[in-house]
Write a protein that binds this ligand. Sequence first.
Ligand SMILES: NC(=O)c1ccc[n+]([C@@H]2O[C@H](COP(=O)([O-])OP(=O)(O)OC[C@H]3O[C@@H](n4cnc5c(N)ncnc54)[C@H](O)[C@@H]3O)[C@@H](O)[C@H]2O)c1
Length: 379
Amino acid sequence: MTFVRFGVIGCGNAGSFHVISCKDSPESPVRFVAAHDANEKTLARFSKVHKLNPYTDLDKFLGSDIDAVLLSVPHYLHATLAERVAAAGKHILCEKPMATTLEECDRMVAAAKRASVKFMIAENHRFLPAHRLIKDVVQRGLIGDVFLGRAYEGAFVPSRVFLDPDNWQFTYDKGGGGVVADQGCHKFATLNWMLGEVDKAECWLGKALNSPATKGEDCAIVLLRYKSGALITVDVSSVTVHPLTNRLELHGTKGTILEDHAWESPVSIFSSHEQAEKKGEFYSPKVEHGVYPKYYLISAREEDTHFADCILNDRTPDFTPEQAKQAVAVTLLSYLSAKKGSAAAMSELEAIAKTKGTKSVLAGLENAVQRNYDGMRWS
Ligand SMILES: NC(=O)c1ccc[n+]([C@@H]2O[C@H](COP(=O)([O-])OP(=O)(O)OC[C@H]3O[C@@H](n4cnc5c(N)ncnc54)[C@H](O)[C@@H]3O)[C@@H](O)[C@H]2O)c1
């Protein structure tokens, strides 16, 4: 086998950028060949545009000659559909966040293990060339021990998505919460990769739009303390007004890294380390990049190619389900803190997981959201 035949479940935004990102590369080991969606019109349109075999019936789709499935569906469906895909013996690439609770994450891991299929969460930030460069710089010690940092995820989403009560995104029941669950997970997965495990979180949730009560926060601040001692601020919003971007700033004992995906050259490094490319002055190494939407397509291509490569060569994916679960844990820890109105330790979340279950963290979360929209003029 020289390529992997992928089918897509969920023909929306994410499904589109995955299919588009790989299709112009004839040597790619990724071939999207089939699609399934609960909405027949969406399925017909998507399959026609991308020249895929449409399946209205999930069992027939899973019984077809696909090797792997990209799951790009609402978050509350990730666990159940991953179990269906695994039971059909197909490899699973599932969009972020892994799931809405830690128990769902465990179900997904167990299903993949039972079926001996490859399983990876499509966390595109783990595959962004700029983030890989930063990880390498941190790992090589070029900025020394990281003690402080700041991360920003600003994925602008049209306000109608927040205001529409029928849209699943950012809802408590289908999305697992607002922007911390939907967007913060990118930052948590990236920061954990570079800095290790989170020890404590403190979080504030806000609404700048007067969205329905079923919808979670549209902006938030999370303060993280890592076990290493590093103190990090994570700001996240989907209503800030600018083209989609994300930022990272890390400060260590030997230097600083500044990153913004809105920049043509997204990473700037200052280092006093002997092995720095340019010691004692800011420099910007070359990485494959283009402002949004290009960097998204690059990251989707990289993650899909990596997953296909793991299937073809029987390798373990670089981003493991355990790491993806840790990102969900930081989301839930942030929500736990917002509900308490004070910092929450990871050990508290672990205790909840062992007793009443982590779904309980989402219950009543709407009462922890500060409403900022009165008097705000959006139009
Ligand atoms: N990596 C990223 O930056 C990024 C960007 C966007 C979305 N996502 C993720 O991708 C996933 C999907 O998000 P989206 O924005 O594409 O959502 P979307 O609403 O645009 O698309 C979801 C699709 O799933 C279909 N669907 C719903 N229930 C289904 C079911 N039971 N069976 C089959 N199909 C079903 C819907 O009809 C819809 O077409 C989410 O996990 C989201 O967080 C990731």
